[in-house]
Design a protein around this ligand. Structure first.
Ligand SMILES: NC(=O)c1ccc[n+]([C@@H]2O[C@H](COP(=O)([O-])OP(=O)(O)OC[C@H]3O[C@@H](n4cnc5c(N)ncnc54)[C@H](O)[C@@H]3O)[C@@H](O)[C@H]2O)c1
Ligand SMILES: [Zn+2]
Length: 354
């Protein structure tokens, strides 16, 4: 069953926590205190509560952080009738969602997303998870489950404290939805400035695009895989940035947007995507995201792509576009062809080696 998604979270929250033995609020400590206080006020009226703060960011999607949450749940007496509320961006809901789905074989989950990425994407669809620290470095989202939140409560006021570069990262996920939808939504999105005030009115529509796709294929047996548009390369770039010893970070949505730029180029060659349109889209995207200082070579990207969780039987899978609104999720990469196309791509955009 899909979640209730609502912009009037106070009333919805009250009804969803009724009768719960404990409300465990997992909140991002980077948020202003007033957000969690406000929520605790609603929860405390009739429920036993516990507030657990943790600093959001990709670095928390680990087993160590997961175990800390299990221990805290245990220490405060959580049981199978308790509920976990995640207040934060995608890293808080991925970690907290996974904890809720596995603790005592699964307890209820509510997500209150506070980033653009969370509101249009990460909170929707029931996927959660943590990264795996392997001998190949960090592998994104390799461990996780499907566990639908009962409620996704949205309050646009929470976005007022979000840093500008995080808004832009959310723009990257909205771009993915716009290309998957095409038509008038894409046109409207193209004419929208990538700032918070302009993007906010499109957030619900963008989330609806994801929800519609998930509804048709909840467990990703087929069509849902199109939501990985730009993510095969995007996750590889993001993981390599996390591995790099200088601690440099590329935001998830920006890595995905670069994945989409490459995908558009490949789609022209392999799927007959209109070349003029691809060029126009690529220029628009790069004008917004800017150039990265460095970009990894085909060998490093390929090794990460080989570990992508969409792969089956050792084949490296990817999502390409025939047209905006018409995606193919069954493309399989050959290493040699990828190597040539990636190196040409780096040369064209003068992306120097890391
Ligand atoms: N499960 C899914 O379906 C899904 C979908 C998309 C993305 N994701 C995951 O989500 C993560 C990216 O999500 P994200 O961009 O929300 O990351 P995030 O949770 O790291 O948030 C980004 C940064 O903004 C801060 N922050 C969050 N809300 C804030 C606010 N309102 N005010 C001030 N600061 C705030 C956080 O502390 C963090 O530093 C990635 O790990 C990605 O893999 C999951
Ligand atoms: Zn994503």
């Amino acid at each position: 069953m899909m979640s209730v998604r609502s912009t009037s979270w106070r009333n919805e929250l009250k009804s969803h926590i009724r009768g719960k033995s404990l409300v465990f609020l997992l909140a991002d400590s980077n948020l202003p205190d007033s957000y969690s206080k406000d929520i605790m006020k609603v929860c405390k009226i009739k429920n036993k509560t516990h507030l657990h703060k943790i600093k959001g960011g990709e670095q928390i999607k680990t087993h160590q952080h997961l175990i800390k949450i299990y221990n805290e749940l245990d220490a405060v007496g959580a049981d199978r009738k308790s509920v976990v509320i995640c207040l934060g961006g995608g890293t808080i809901s991925d970690l907290g969602g996974y904890a809720a789905s596995t603790y005592k074989r699964g307890i209820d989950l509510i997500i209150l997303p506070t980033t653009v990425t969370g509101m249009v994407d990460a909170a929707i669809g029931g996927k959660n998870g943590i990264n795996l620290e392997s001998n190949l470095g960090i592998l994104k989202n390799q461990i996780g489950t499907f566990h639908q939140p009962k409620l996704i409560g949205i309050d646009f006021n929470w976005l007022n404290s979000l840093p500008k570069d995080e808004v832009k990262s959310g723009w990257g996920e909205m771009l993915k939805h716009a290309l998957l939808k095409g038509g008038s939504h894409l046109e409207q999105f193209k004419n929208t400035e990538p700032n918070l005030a302009s993007l906010t009115p499109l957030i619900i529509d963008s989330g609806n695009i994801k929800e519609g796709i998930v509804r048709r294929d909840v467990k990703e047996n087929g069509e849902r895989a199109i939501l990985n548009l730009g993510h095969t390369i995007g996750h590889a770039i993001e993981s390599l940035a996390l591995d790099s010893s200088n601690g440099s970070e590329i935001k998830h949505g920006i890595a995905v947007a670069w994945g989409i730029v490459f995908t558009l180029e490949v789609s022209v060659r392999k799927m007959g995507f209109n070349n003029t349109l691809a060029k126009e889209l690529i220029k628009w995207i790069i004008d917004i995201i800017g150039y990265p200082e460095k970009m990894w070579g085909s060998e490093e990207i390929w090794l990460k792509m080989c570990k992508d969780k969409k792969n089956t039987n050792g084949n490296v899978k990817d999502v390409l576009l025939r047209n905006p609104g018409d995606a193919d999720w069954c493309f399989t990469w050959e290493r040699e062809e990828f190597t040539i196309l990636w190196e040409q791509f780096r040369e064209r955009y003068e992306l120097t080696s890391c």
